[in-house]
Design a protein around this ligand. Structure first.
Ligand SMILES: *Cc1c(COP(=O)(O)O)cnc(C)c1O
Length: 228
C-alpha cells in the first residue's frame, strides 16, 4: 500500500473508532480531505482510493486544480471552500465549489446574495465562528450568531448547513468544540435543519467527533506535508 493509501485508511480507522467511542456512526460523518499545497495528481490518487470530498482555501490555487481534476477524472466529486473568501474571488470559487465553509461576514453575505440569485440549487454554506477575541480574525462572534444567521437564512440562494469553527492552538480544543456545539444548538432552535458542524482538523478531529462534528477538514494527516 502507498503511504497515501495507508494514511487515508488510517484516518478512516481513527474516525470509526472515535465515532464508536461516543456512540455515533461514521455514516453521519463527511471527511473533507484538504488538498491545499498539493497538486491535482494527489486529488486524483485520493479519488482512486475512494475519497469524494476535497477542500481548498485559496481560489488562485484551487480553481486550476479543480479544472485539471475535472479534465482527468469523470468521478462526481465535491469541492469545499474552507478559507477566507475575498468577495472579488467569490464568483470564481462558486464556479467549482459546492459547499462554502467560511461564510464569515456581512460583506461576503451580500456578494453571495447577488451571485446566487438565479441558481437552480442553493449553495450549501456553513457560518464560520470566530472563537478568538480578535475581531480581525474571520468569523462571526458567538454572541452575534443568531442575528447573522437570521440574515443568511433569509437568502433564497443559500442553504445554511450549520456552523464551522477552527479550534485555537492556544488552549485545549475541548473548550472551542464545546462553544461550537453550543452555537450549533442555538442555530438549530432557529433553523432545525441547520444541524451540521464543520470542525476538526489533523490534530484534533477525534475530539471534534466527540463534540458532534459532522464535517471533518483533514489535511496533513492524510496528504503529508505541503509540497507546492
Ligand atoms: C488547512 C486547513 C485545514 C486542514 O488542516 P490540517 O491541520 O492540515 O489537517 C482545515 N481547515 C482549514 C480552514 C484549513 O485552512
Amino acid at each position: 500500500m502507498s503511504d497515501l493509501a495507508s494514511r487515508y485508511s488510517e484516518a478512516w480507522q481513527r474516525i470509526n473508532s472515535a465515532a464508536t467511542a461516543c456512540g455515533r456512526s461514521s455514516d453521519e460523518i463527511t471527511l473533507v480531505v484538504i488538498t491545499k499545497n498539493h497538486p491535482a495528481q494527489l486529488v486524483l490518487d485520493l479519488i482512486a482510493l475512494g475519497a469524494r470530498d476535497f477542500g481548498e482555501n485559496r481560489d488562485q490555487e484551487a480553481a486550476p486544480k479543480a479544472f485539471e481534476v475535472s479534465q482527468t477524472s469523470s468521478e462526481v466529486i465535491k469541492w469545499h471552500y474552507v478559507g477566507q473568501l475575498q468577495s472579488n474571488k467569490a464568483r470564481s470559487a462558486l464556479s467549482y465549489s459546492s459547499v462554502l465553509h467560511s461564510l464569515d461576514r456581512d460583506s461576503l453575505l451580500e456578494s453571495l446574495t447577488k451571485l446566487t440569485a438565479n441558481r437552480e440549487m442553493p449553495l450549501d454554506v456553513f457560518i464560520q465562528l470566530n472563537l478568538t477575541d480578535d475581531p480581525g480574525r474571520g468569523g462571526i462572534q458567538p454572541a452575534n450568531l443568531s442575528a447573522f444567521a437570521e440574515k443568511a437564512l433569509a437568502v433564497e440562494g443559500l442553504k445554511v448547513l450549520g456552523v464551522m469553527g477552527v479550534a485555537s492552538l492556544d488552549r485545549e480544543p475541548e473548550f472551542d468544540f464545546e462553544t461550537i456545539a453550543n452555537c450549533s444548538a442555538e442555530l438549530q432552535r432557529q433553523a432545525p435543519r441547520a444541524r451540521f458542524i464543520s470542525a476538526g482538523m489533523s490534530g484534533d478531529f477525534e475530539t471534534a467527533i466527540s463534540f458532534g462534528a459532522t464535517h471533518l477538514r483533514i489535511g496533513t494527516a492524510i496528504t503529508g506535508n505541503r509540497v507546492l
